[in-house]
Write a protein that binds this ligand. Structure first.
Ligand code: GDP
Ligand code: MG
Length: 241
């Protein structure tokens, strides 16, 4: 199924020891490299991860947020393809081949979508679904794209395009930033359906209003900057070189 490309899977984890046994063993054997980005967990996240995958690479990072963790993992990835998943059981590693296939079929960047036919979620409150819908709609209007999801942690890309995303945020707005930057970089972005299961143990760290506000600011800032970066349309004669 997965051909001769190498695949890195990035797993940000902050106190996810109880969830990793339901996640890491499901990563398909065709994956070449798994990188756990541990936010100095105070449970035995790292020990459990090493038990489950003896060859796992572990990065230790202060818990400055999911975005900071993902950026560190992305920078460290050595595979041709990079896939980001969560450590809490919400994203199903068995879907990785679907993401990889879309990349092999010509996409530069593949985003999971819980809101296209075949996708779904059991992990979002109605309020968060409404917020996510609002952000999707705003991005569709401001950037002229047809996305169906925005703040979802399951995404994959050819590792070579990472510099084009110029990722520079630390929090849960990271996926929104990745999605928008992929569009601004004129990459071929494809959505694949994905099912988000409930977090298995513990509580999510996302806070609806503070993190939603960060997402909204990211969307507006990216739109403003993208306008500012456009060269002004020249009228009349070109200046001679
Ligand atoms: N290393 C690291 N991982 C984090 C941090 N914040 C969140 N994560 C991980 O990012 C993933 C998504 O976070 P989660 O709390 O489930 O977010 P939610 O599902 O949106 O509420 C999980 O695997 C977390 O363990 C952090 O500061 N550092
Ligand atoms: Mg979660």
């Amino acid at each position: 199924l997965i051909s001769n490309v190498s695949i890195s899977v990035i797993v940000p984890a902050l106190n996810e020891a109880r969830n990793l046994p339901a996640v890491l063993p499901l990563i398909p054997p065709a994956v070449d490299e798994v990188i756990l980005v541990d936010g100095l967990s105070t449970d035995n996240t790292v020990e459990v991860a090493r038990l489950l995958i003896p060859g796992i690479r572990v990065l230790e990072l202060e818990p400055h947020g999911k975005g900071a963790a993902l950026r560190a993992g992305f920078e460290a990835a050595s595979g041709d393809i990079t896939v980001a998943i969560d450590a809490d059981g919400s994203t199903d590693p068995c879907e990785i081949p679907l993401f990889v296939q879309a990349l092999l079929d010509g996409a530069d960047y593949v985003k999971g979508s819980r809101f296209m036919p075949g996708g779904g979620t059991a992990d979002m409150t109605v309020l968060r679904q409404a917020g996510n819908w609002g952000f999707v709609t705003l991005v569709r209007i401001l950037f002229g794209v047809r996305f169906t999801d925005m703040c979802y942690g399951y995404n994959a890309f050819w590792t070579r395009i990472l510099p084009e995303l110029r990722l520079d945020c630390d929090g849960f707005e990271i996926e929104t930033l990745m999605n928008i930057r992929a569009v601004l970089a004129h990459l071929k972005v494809v959505e694949v359906p994905s099912y988000e299961a409930p977090r298995i143990h513990g509580e999510g760290r996302l806070q609806t209003f503070p993190d939603g506000w960060r997402v909204l600011k990211t969307i507006i800032r990216e739109r403003a900057n993208s306008v500012a970066y456009q060269p002004a349309v020249k009228h009349g004669k070109e200046a001679p070189l």
